[in-house]
Design a protein around this ligand. Structure first.
Ligand code: NAD
Length: 356
């Protein structure tokens, strides 16, 4: 990692700077490079401190903290999930995060993570699909056409070459928005009137819906042999997308079982139901897709290590791009023990009007 020169400032990446960074790098290159960082961290999975995220639930949503460390760096993300926010013109998911030096405890980066979460979720989904989707999959059903949807589409094209998308959302204006964003980028798109129509002929089904309830976006009869399901919307207790019978016919792959058993589709199954950890597939310790008729399910909830990788990636882009502001977030008295005296010297500098 190239150093940011002044250690007493914290680089801050605003939403505006994140958008410029994405545009400067290019969305698909960003997703490819970010995917490589996530995969690198999945390969050293065992070296991370891991814990299920800590959630504060209300009737309409959840706020979660997601910490992790690799023994050198520490990262955390603050993220919410409030499906009803959209009706009031707000995002369902917003986030920010911090990367810090574990040795000194000093923060090294504060970043917006609303856009970054969409990118890292999509990169993780596509990374999982590289190991789990049927080889040569060219068509994907994209069910739930909200904020995450275009990022998912772009990641599946960048990492797997998927160009044909079958779109469905309960709200047609969401599908129209998704089409308007993706059509100029060269995707072949089919708008579908029902989820049944969306899954016709698709080798991959992505569900990215938001509803704080046990929804049934897919029923058992909609999932034929050989399909890969990338289920990202069921990510909270009491918030699932798939009928339980689909889970019983699938080989299920997860990020971190202690968190997924609380939050993922598998909250519908017994606590000891067998699942495979994705990092074991990536490191070759467990099989991914092993037959043409197998139904594979990536029960994604989003795990702290993916955010850690994303913060690492963004931090590495900053020296060359300069796309950050310098935050005066770290007190820096001449004598580290004289924090109070620093305020006094500040008062002197400001003149007689301000006294201690
Ligand atoms: P969003 O509110 O912007 O979009 C959700 C869309 O789903 C809306 O357009 C809504 O009309 C549609 N929808 C709701 N119920 C539906 C149904 N039964 N069938 C079809 N469409 C339906 O939300 P978003 O930011 O795109 O997030 C989508 C989901 O992904 C959320 O549940 C969010 O919590 C989750 N998420 C997961 C991860 C992860 O790492 N797994 C990361 C980010 C977001």
């Amino acid at each position: 990692m190239t150093a940011i020169p002044n250690l007493n400032i914290v680089p801050f990446v605003s939403v505006d700077h994140m958008m410029r960074l994405v545009l400067k790098i290019g969305v698909e290159r960003f997703l490819l490079e970010l995917g490589a960082y996530i995969e690198e961290d999945y390969r050293r999975w065992e070296g991370f401190d891991k814990t299920p995220r800590v959630g504060a639930h209300s009737a309409d949503g959840v706020i979660e903290l997601m910490p992790t460390s690799d023994g050198t760096l520490y990262g955390f993300k603050y993220v919410n999930g409030h499906p009803k926010n959209v009706r009031a013109g707000r995002q369902t998911v917003t986030a920010f995060g911090v990367l810090a030096d574990l040795g000194t405890g000093y923060p090294m980066l504060l970043s917006e993570m609303t856009i970054l979460t969409a990118l890292r979720t999509a990169a993780t989904s596509a990374m999982a699909a590289k190991y789990l989707a049927p080889p040569g999959a060219a068509s994907m059903a994209l069910i739930g056409n909200g904020a995450q949807s275009e990022f998912q589409a772009l990641a599946f094209r960048a990492l797997l070459g998927v160009r044909r998308l079958r779109l469905f959302d309960v709200e047609p204006e969401a599908t129209a928005k998704c089409r308007a964003n993706l059509e100029p980028l060269g995707f072949e798109l089919v708008d579908c009137a029902t989820p049944e129509e969306a899954v016709e002929g698709a080798a991959i089904i992505t569900t990215a819906t938001a509803d704080k309830q046990n929804a049934t976006v897919l029923t058992d009869n909609m999932v034929g042999p050989g399909i890969h399901i990338n289920a990202i919307g069921g990510d909270c207790p009491g918030k699932t997308e798939l009928h339980r019978d689909i889970l019983l016919r699938s080989d299920i792959f997860v990020e971190y079982p202690p968190q997924t058993r609380i939050e993922g589709e598998i909250q519908q199954l017994p606590k000891d139901y067998p699942v495979t950890e994705l990092w074991q597939v990536i490191t070759g310790r467990a099989a991914g897709r092993s037959s043409a008729r197998q139904i594979t399910l990536f029960d994604s909830v989003g795990f702290a290590i993916e955010d850690f990788s994303a913060l690492r990636y963004v931090r590495d882009q900053l020296p060359a791009s300069g796309l950050y502001q310098e935050l005066d977030m770290l007190a820096d008295p001449d004598d580290p023990r004289d924090l109070f005296g620093m305020i006094g010297r500040c008062a002197q500098g400001l003149g007689p009007v301000l006294t201690m």
